[in-house]
Design a protein around this ligand. Structure first.
Ligand code: PEP
Ligand code: MG
Length: 513
């Protein structure tokens, strides 16, 4: 206690934080190691050995600074704005809307998993700020403006007034849009688009109908795995989650995606030493290399499918043989469940995500082997443009409206349509106000979006004319840059969308020039 009260330590730490802008852990470790050095030069052996006390106190301070973060986050009782350099998916996964007013991080991109989770929890978030953590102090007044992607530190009274007014307008517009929850998603000229939900947690299924969604277009199952304990029976954990979702939403389809670990979602027993994890051991590659870990998930899907309309989808496909291997595993598992006398449904429709250029360019090779397709534009964009979806340094280059990405999506949809294969799109692009008209123009059967955005996307769909969208899509494909595509789309939506949605995209247009 006395050591911690020592002004030399406190001042030393404070000065370093103020002057060198370093974080507390670094400042404490530097100050303590300086003091320790001085102790080591003391001649008196008794006094010299008191260095041990300094080290001990230092360790405890560091443990508090470093180790208690997770505990503090999950035990938050009154809501806060969470500002951090980066967030682990497993940290964010345990949080709820009641605990957080907003999130701001230095790292990440609009499709990184922190952003995806924040969206699914309905928490305002701004990512890729590069240095917000360095400039924020605990207790500071902070505004997280998720509409425009801005964070305001220490707002002045005028700024506060502006944001209070903006929030009021936003809440009103959201309430109006949400009133259409019961209505189907229909274009101006009467074409129905299946509007489904992306979920990460089984409990989210309870909200889908309330927000006006039709089934699940993407159930990311990684969080089931990441949040469970090593000792749990994984088949049972998956089975419970799927049964709940299927039962809640029956007869609507629920697209369960097989585990997509790797990339930026790691388990402790998966090596993280790869220099390019997004190009490494990820998704279906891990599942097929470790069939004993994969089987429990497939068994759970087959067993749960008696309670609803389950579809199964494979991520990160680059080889036809991967789809064939899953077919074989499903047949084997179905036979062994029969042998064990365990009730199960039919083998569900098997689809794949198109999220690699390999799969998109050669989609014709895959069509004979799949029942449906869903385009994952988050990864398709990152792999086509060679832009890491989680890096703030290249986030301006991450753009699904890039003509290279648009052409791949267009080609996949037209080939699938001619082959009579149902095609959805479940990347973040499906809820992007500028992209929605073009996606309708391409002729997708389904768009799958975070639950909280369903009402907004329904509103967007309702003001679009299919014929015009088709023409728009054609013209966009003839352009040579995302900037031109963006201008074209802006021109189309500006007279159609409500102000609150326009407000959101104006900023994006300005930011990207
Ligand atoms: C995608 O890549 O677009 C997708 C929907 O999958 P995830 O974001 O989980 O990688
Ligand atoms: Mg993906």
């Amino acid at each position: 206690m006395l050591l911690l009260d020592d002004p030399a330590i406190i001042k030393g730490v404070e000065n370093r934080i103020r002057e060198e802008m370093v974080n507390a852990e670094y400042a404490v470790s530097q100050v303590l190691s300086e003091i320790l050095k001085r102790f080591n030069t003391i001649e008196d052996p008794y006094l010299r050995s008191r260095g041990v006390d300094v080290r001990d106190v230092g360790r405890r301070v560091m443990a508090n600074l470093l180790g208690s973060e997770q505990e503090v986050l999950s035990s938050l009782e009154s809501p806060v704005v969470l500002i951090s350099r980066d967030l682990d998916p497993s940290h964010t996964a345990g949080l709820s809307k009641k605990q957080l007013f907003g999130i701001a991080t230095d790292l990440g991109g609009s499709t990184s998993h922190t952003a995806i989770l924040a969206r699914s929890l309905g928490i305002p978030a701004v990512v890729a700020l590069k240095e917000v953590a360095e400039y924020t102090l605990p207790g500071q007044t902070v505004i997280v403006d998720g509409i425009h992607g801005e964070v305001v530190l220490n707002p002045d009274p005028e700024e506060l007034e502006y944001y209070i007014e903006l929030k009021k307008r936003y809440d009103q517009a959201e309430a109006e849009i949400a009133m259409n929850a019961e209505m189907p998603a229909i274009t101006l000229d009467g074409r129905e688009i299946e509007l489904a939900a992306n979920i990460e947690f089984s409990q989210e299924a309870d909200q889908v109908k309330r927000f006006g969604g039709k089934g699940i277009g993407l159930f990311r199952t990684e969080f089931i795995r990441l949040l469970s304990l090593e000792s749990e029976d994984m088949e049972e954990v998956h089975f419970r989650a799927y049964s709940h979702v299927l039962e809640t939403l029956t007869p609507e389809p629920v697209i369960i995606r097989t585990l997509d670990l790797g990339g930026d979602k790691f388990l402790d027993n998966i090596p993280t030493g790869e220099s390019n994890p997004f190009l490494g051991w990820r998704g279906i590659r891990i599942c097929l290399d470790r069939p004993d870990n994969f089987r429990p998930q497939l068994r759970a899907v087959l067993r749960a499918s008696v309670t609803g309309n389950a579809w199964l989808m494979i991520p990160m496909v680059t080889e036809v043989s991967q789809v064939i291997a899953v077919h074989e595993l499903l047949a084997e598992i179905s036979a062994s469940l029969d042998k064990e006398g365990i009730p199960h449904g039919q083998i569900p429709p098997l689809g794949m995500m198109v999220e690699t250029p390999a799969a998109a360019i050669r989609i014709a090779d895959y069509i004979p082997h799949v029942d449906f397709i869903s385009i994952g534009t988050n990864d398709l964009t990152q792999y086509t443009l060679a832009v890491d979806r989680g890096s703030p340094y290249v986030s301006d280059l991450f753009d699904p409206l890039h003509p290279a990405v648009l052409e791949l999506i267009h080609d996949v949809v037209s080939r699938c349509r001619s082959a009579g294969i149902w095609t959805g799109l479940c990347g973040q692009m499906a809820s992007s106000p500028l992209a929605v008209p073009i996606l309708i123009g391409f002729g997708l059967d389904e768009l799958s979006v975070p639950i909280t955005l369903i009402p907004d996307v329904k509103k967007m769909i309702s003001v679009i004319d299919t014929g015009e969208a088709l023409e728009l899509a054609d013209r966009a494909l003839g352009m040579s840059s995302a900037t031109e595509v963006r201008e074209l789309l802006m021109e189309y939506v500006i007279t159609r969308y409500p102000e609150i949605i326009l407000d959101e995209i104006r900023r994006d247009v300005v930011d990207r020039g």
